[in-house]
Design a protein around this ligand. Structure first.
Ligand SMILES: [Zn+2]
Length: 413
């Protein structure tokens, strides 16, 4: 089995790895680079068969539904099988109509079931469900030609599914020849520090909500399901209902997990921002709206009792909240990667907050394992070699693990 990292050997984002065995090939992930301005075909790696014309190209396996792992699927032939988790596929499909620009929603391909191997030509693939900030995320074990390659995907040990991490290190898949290991936290977090857990965040949210006399705005990704659960739990404990928009309602439903907050829960309410109302009308999404409208409210209700609500903030709510005068005593909690904020993606939100004299607070934790947990993971799985991927600091691996082998983008090994 031969391996080539197309992108990711020294960057976070745009992950793409090609594997070859007996003249046949598969890809692991097809991500959009983090610094891409838009989802453009110019970022496609040079791989034979992306137009569906090469029978030796068997398909693509997507570890999880984060755009830096699947975004470039927007530019390949729909004939190519794309394997992923069942819920992950549903989420991409549900999210697609709400997204600006090109947004892929692959229809066909193998469906991952944790621990159950499947075959693609000469490759045997075993997916393992992992703890990550994307829902339905997997690590992949790929076997071919008597070799075993383990692709970590993105993972952590401090989320709501941390037990998956501890289960794997207690009973690791053995005899790994090479491990492609993500290292997002290397160079970002001191080698013996830990990230706060999702449960820690829950407590922080609870305190922040108690200290807020008006509406609590929490700005996080609608696809960060672990985070939504933390916010929901803290809201419940402080007597607040969770306000979501139609996009969030649709994503939550697509998880297929009724234990997760849903639009018909008595402590969840739907409030449609104006721009989404226009979209619903234009696309005649009336059935979809009806389906999620059991607890629909309008901004007048928030204006009357803002202290009874936590709003999952999306920038498109700004106008509605201003016009509805919902911001008396409000707090704004930023709950995603600070990098987006720092590079100016939310400058409009920043200006809006300034105008309303609302300070930004941050409550967040990483979707990625700390250096300590990465080390635990490598020690337990004990691979023949560790190859850096999805990291800005590949040089840090050697400080942490024996048997590190660096392979640059574009190199076959
Ligand atoms: Zn990810």
């Amino acid at each position: 089995m031969l391996t080539k990292i197309h992108r990711g050997s020294k960057e976070i984002g745009g992950s793409c790895v090609e594997l070859e065995s007996q003249g046949q090939r598969i890809l692991l992930d097809m991500g959009l680079p983090l610094d891409a301005k838009q989802n453009d075909a110019k970022y496609l790696p040079d791989i034979k068969g992306l137009d569906g014309s090469d029978p030796s190209f068997l398909g693509i396996l997507v570890s999880h539904p984060h755009v830096d792992h699947f975004g470039l699927l927007a530019h390949i032939s729909p004939e190519i099988p794309v394997g992923m988790g069942v819920a992950a596929r549903r989420i991409l499909k549900a999210a697609q109509p709400f997204m600006p620009g090109k947004w892929p929603a692959p229809e066909n391909g193998p469906e991952f079931k944790s621990g159950i191997p499947f075959e693609m030509g000469p490759f045997t693939i075993t997916p393992y469900l992992v703890d990550h900030s994307a829902y339905d995320a997997y690590a992949l074990l790929i076997e071919a030609d008597g070799k075993r390659l383990f692709y970590s995907g993105d993972f952590r040990a401090h989320g709501r599914k941390a037990k998956l991490f501890y289960r794997m290190i207690a009973k690791p898949p053995g005899n790994i020849d090479a491990m492609l290991l993500e290292g997002s936290s290397l160079g970002r977090l001191h080698h013996d520090r830990q990230f706060p857990t999702e449960t820690d965040l829950e407590v922080q949210f609870e305190t922040a909500f108690r200290e807020t006399s008006g509406l609590a705005l929490v700005h996080c990704s609608s696809q960060n399901i672990d985070r939504i659960v933390s916010i929901m739990r803290a809201s419940k404990r402080t007597g607040r209902k969770l306000v979501i928009d139609l996009y969030t309602a649709v994503v939550l439903e697509a998880t297929g997990n009724t234990k997760l907050p849903q639009s018909d829960w008595s402590d969840v309410v739907l409030m449609i921002p104006q721009s989404q109302r226009v979209k619903i009308k234009r696309n005649a999404w009336f059935d979809l709206l009806k389906q999620h409208s059991r607890n629909r409210i309008f901004r007048e209700k928030i204006h009357a009792n803002p202290e009874r609500y936590t709003l999952l903030f999306r920038p498109l709510y700004q106008g509605d909240l201003t016009r509805g005068e919902c911001l008396t005593g409000a707090t704004y909690i930023y709950s995603q990667w600070e990098g987006y904020w720092e590079r100016g993606e939310y400058d409009d939100v920043k200006m809006w907050l300034n105008k309303h004299k609302i300070a930004k607070q941050s409550i967040h934790t990483s979707g990625h394992a700390s250096p300590v947990d990465l080390k635990l993971f490598v020690t337990a799985l004990n691979p023949g070699k560790v190859v850096p991927i999805h990291t800005f600091s590949p040089e840090r691996y050697a400080e942490m693990y024996p048997n590190v082998e660096m392979h640059g983008d574009g190199e076959w090994w």
